[in-house]
Design a protein around this ligand. Structure first.
Ligand SMILES: Cc1cc2nc3c(=O)[nH]c(=O)nc-3n(C[C@H](O)[C@H](O)[C@H](O)COP(=O)(O)OP(=O)(O)OC[C@H]3O[C@@H](n4cnc5c(N)ncnc54)[C@H](O)[C@@H]3O)c2cc1C
Ligand SMILES: NC(=O)c1ccc[n+]([C@@H]2O[C@H](COP(=O)([O-])OP(=O)(O)OC[C@H]3O[C@@H](n4cnc5c(N)ncnc54)[C@H](O)[C@@H]3O)[C@@H](O)[C@H]2O)c1
Length: 464
């Protein structure tokens, strides 16, 4: 028996988890919102907001060093990491405050503590002071997110291994940073610290960086990072790590060319994330998990227990804030709107915030071919885009994949300045089901980067 009954319990406060409980309370439901950590979840506190704030500092350092190319004289450029961290902390504090202020809503109780299921519709919350509180509701939403995966690496338990959260709290610049993992986090932090002035080595088990992307995209990203002085090892498996004296670490890596030892001042792990489901004791409620610990949901985000839903990273699949937000839209429609919204056929865009950005939407060329489709592919180097030439940001390319039979735009990759924004133009075209000719002939402002889309899609000449 619960001590207190609500209409809805939401566990976790993310971007999506912010709006849903407020909307439900506004709609007259009694809602309990449970959070064990900082309000706002990963995105606000340790994810998107702080990283993109620090990426901005890194870009400024990079651009300042390039001043001479633009006829602008600068002195030697150096980075004060403690000041970068302070700017980041201020940004996060503001975002968190803003978040908290939006939770003030009649009918919504914020309960600070860790939630765990004691039955299909009951949750026990361990409060900070050692007490517990048992609450119940016919509808429960799990939004508990994910955390960094720890490396299964011999010796790692005896060494301070940084992750995406702790690295942003460093006050002094690493002399040599070794990063395990060549995915989103490894690349965003790798480029950032290289631009801050550290020597950086990225160790990636897969044969390429950003394994989900087409080979030409991964190769170009690697070329850009190497050009800035980052060392990248691919098909490289970390085997053990040990102290090397003087606070340094020695990492042993197996590569196709034999064993390699790397000595560094700092080691960071960025090898993926694991869903936060253990503390929830989901078995008590009969909620089915997948082998990797994520919560199994159907296309309406309902778990194996009717009335219990999951949103955001905890349900597995692509892990982005905008998807957590879209899960909120779906649950809002289904719980409040009297509709049956689903995740089926949703287009999932994303942007890797390296510089130049990689904006991606829809299928890669590989995915389209694997589906057995006849595809046409067009590529346009950024050096052919007038705006990119004028601004001196010519690295990368735009790439579009089109169905050769129907002319439908299947996907795109834009690796270039403001690549995420340009990709979004293509995403909107996909949403509106525009064909290549419409994109080739649209009047885009001169000289914008998006003007390059005329040339990119003109390459599909004769395609509707
Ligand atoms: C370094 C980094 C950079 C990123 N950059 C981007 C980006 O640029 N763009 C992008 O789209 N995505 C980015 N992401 C991913 C994005 O942050 C996540 O996809 C998003 O935060 C997922 O939201 P969520 O709904 O799963 O909940 P989360 O934000 O993960 O929040 C879950 C909350 O649940 C709480 N919780 C967990 N267990 C319990 C429990 N038992 N009881 C009570 N509370 C609990 C946690 O304390 C946490 O506050 C980044 C992630 C990282 C790590
Ligand atoms: N810009 C963004 O939207 C953004 C930014 C950061 C994070 N995120 C989200 O966070 C998630 C986690 O990011 P991530 O970079 O940690 O994971 P990831 O899955 O994107 O990349 C991890 C990489 O590590 C490699 N790897 C695995 N084990 C390894 C090992 N032992 N040694 C070396 N390499 C190893 C894998 O081959 C993979 O390429 C992402 O999937 C993404 O959804 C998004």
């Amino acid at each position: 028996m619960a001590d207190e009954n609500y209409d809805v319990i939401v566990i976790g406060t993310s971007q999506g988890g912010r709006f849903l409980p407020v909307d439900l309370a506004k709609g007259g439901r009694r809602v309990a919102l449970v959070e064990r950590g900082s309000l706002g979840g990963v995105c606000v506190n340790t994810g998107c907001t702080p990283t993109k704030t620090m990426v901005a500092s890194a870009r400024l350092a990079y651009q300042a060093r390039r001043g001479g190319e633009y006829g602008v004289r600068t002195g030697p450029v150096s980075v004060d990491l403690a000041a970068v961290r302070e700017r980041k902390r201020t940004m996060v504090a503001g975002a968190r405050e803003n978040y908290a202020s939006r939770l003030a809503q009649d009918g919504l109780d914020l309960i600070e503590g860790e939630a765990r299921f004691t039955g299909p519709k009951t949750v026990e919350v361990a409060l900070g002071d050692g007490r517990t509180r048992e609450i119940g509701a016919p509808v429960i939403v799990i939004d508990t997110g994910s955390r960094p995966r720890r490396p299964a690496l011999a010796g790692a338990e005896d060494i301070a291994v940084l992750d995406s959260t702790s690295i942003m709290e460093l006050g002094d610049l690493p002399e040599h940073l070794v990063i395990l993992g060549g995915g989103y986090i490894g690349l965003e932090f790798g480029q950032m610290f290289r631009r801050f002035g550290s020597e950086v080595t990225i160790v990636q088990t897969g044969p390429r960086l950003l394994m989900a992307e087409d080979d030409d995209v991964s190769d170009e990203v690697a070329a850009i990072l190497r050009d800035e002085g980052t060392t990248i090892l691919t098909s490289a498996t970390p085997e053990r790590v040990e102290e090397a004296g003087g606070g340094r670490v020695r990492l042993t890596v197996r590569t196709p060319n034999g064993e390699q030892r790397i000595e560094a001042s700092h080691l960071m792990s960025a090898i993926g994330r694991v869903p936060n489901t253990e503390a929830l004791t989901t078995a008590e409620a009969g909620i089915r998990l997948r082998g990797n610990g994520s919560v199994e949901v159907d296309e309406f985000l309902e778990t194996s227990v009717p009335g219990v839903y999951a949103m955001g990273d905890v349900k597995g699949g692509p892990a982005f804030t905008h998807l957590s937000y879209d899960d909120y839209r779906i649950l809002h429609a289904n719980l409040l709107g009297g509709r049956k919204a689903s995740t089926r056929d949703r287009i999932v865009p994303y942007t890797v915030f390296i510089d130049p950005q990689l904006g991606r939407v829809g299928m890669t060329e590989r995915q389209a071919r694997e589906q057995g489709r006849a595809v046409r592919v067009a590529k346009l180097p950024m050096s052919s885009v007038i705006r990119a030439l004028e601004t001196g940001e010519t690295r990368g390319f735009m790439k579009a994949v089109v169905d050769a039979d129907t002319g439908e735009i299947l996907g795109a990759a834009v690796l270039g300045a403001e690549g995420g924004e340009i990709m979004t133009v293509i995403q909107v075209a996909m949403l509106g089901k525009l064909r290549c000719t419409a994109m080739a002939n649209a009047v885009f402002t001169h000289p914008l980067l998006a003007e390059g889309l005329n040339s990119l899609f003109a390459a599909f000449d004769g395609q509707d």
